[in-house]
Design a protein. Structure first.
Length: 307
């Protein structure tokens, strides 16, 4: 239990419009979506078509959203979908998706049609936030009639493509700020008591409990273990309050929670969770780990289809 009181709102009372506006006014731009994401897209035009799938219109700014599609698209190939920046503050998810596109996609385009949405929540990326400006968590909002425009636009776009997604890799991080800022803010927003959680010291993945694809998850973990340490169980034999399915793997029912990895219905899906605050890693290692997660997962699927 944590008796820390968040500086916005009153204990036990959900935020109203005033509290949400107070929170929003405290957020500031800390980095550039244009410079760090959009300006990298032209370099990828040899391998990918760059397609706009929507625009976010907020009071402070507008953000154009883009997805990358393999130029070598062939209907007979399985479709792999990679998403980054659903939580905008989770940097290596965004940069990992872009790095994969720049360095590894050419190899995997031979076996997959690839779609990449590198930065689903650009306002969150610029302000280093988990929420969007409406204090909504996009990774709890991939649901019908979504309250988050980020989610609605992406789901509508993928649905209109009318393709079956074979693999969905959603690239995330678990950070110290989850414990120190975002969890306390969530409790305050919802009028609940904040209980502090342990932050896993290493990389792990979250699978869909209804279709865990254990060997697929195992290959992701095996590949990433060559780049960065894998999270170990805490004193209660859990990671993030969940029992471990296998080394570095926990499961949720993601569709019930409105998580991004659930909405495509892909038989192979995983949510990666990098730990960027470890003294054992740096920004480059975090990006490499995300890339390795994607390539390891796709290699497993390719090997299964060739047997």
């Amino acid at each position: 239990m944590n008796d820390y009181l968040y500086p916005i709102g009153k204990p036990g009372k959900k935020w109203g419009t005033t509290e949400k506006q107070t929170w929003l006014k405290q957020q500031t731009i800390k980095r550039s979506y244009k410079t760090e994401v959009l300006d990298k897209l032209p370099q990828l035009k040899t391998l990918f078509e760059i397609k706009q799938y929507g625009e976010l219109v907020y009071e402070a700014s507008n953000y154009t959203l883009f997805a990358l599609h393999s130029r070598s698209w062939q209907d007979k190939k399985p479709v792999a979908f990679i998403t980054g920046g659903v939580h905008g503050y989770e940097t290596s998810g965004v940069q990992g998706a872009l790095r994969f596109a720049a360095t590894e996609a050419e190899t995997h385009n031979k076996n997959f049609n690839i779609i990449i949405a590198p930065c689903v929540s650009p306002w969150g990326y610029e302000t280093i936030n988990r929420w969007n400006p409406d204090t909504i968590d996009p990774n709890r909002s991939f649901i019908t009639n979504s309250p988050a425009k980020e989610c609605e636009l992406l789901m509508t776009y993928i649905d209109a493509l009318n393709v079956q997604i074979a693999a969905h890799l959603d690239l995330h991080e678990t950070t110290n700020s989850d414990r120190d800022e975002f969890e306390p803010a969530l409790a305050a927003r919802d009028g609940k008591t904040h209980s502090s959680s342990d932050i896993p010291n290493g990389f792990y993945v979250v699978c869909d409990a209804s279709k865990p694809a254990k060997m697929f998850q195992a290959d992701v973990i095996k590949g990433v273990s060559k780049v960065t340490p894998i999270a170990q169980a805490d004193k209660d034999a859990m990671i993030i309050g969940r029992s471990i399915l296998q080394d570095g793997v926990v499961c949720y029912q993601p569709d019930a929670l409105g998580r991004c990895a659930s909405f495509t219905g892909a038989p192979y899906s995983t949510t990666t969770e990098m730990y960027p605050d470890s003294p054992r890693v740096d920004d480059e290692i975090c990006i490499q780990a995300q890339v390795k997660a994607v390539t390891s997962g796709l290699d497993y699927i390719r090997e299964q289809s060739s047997e």
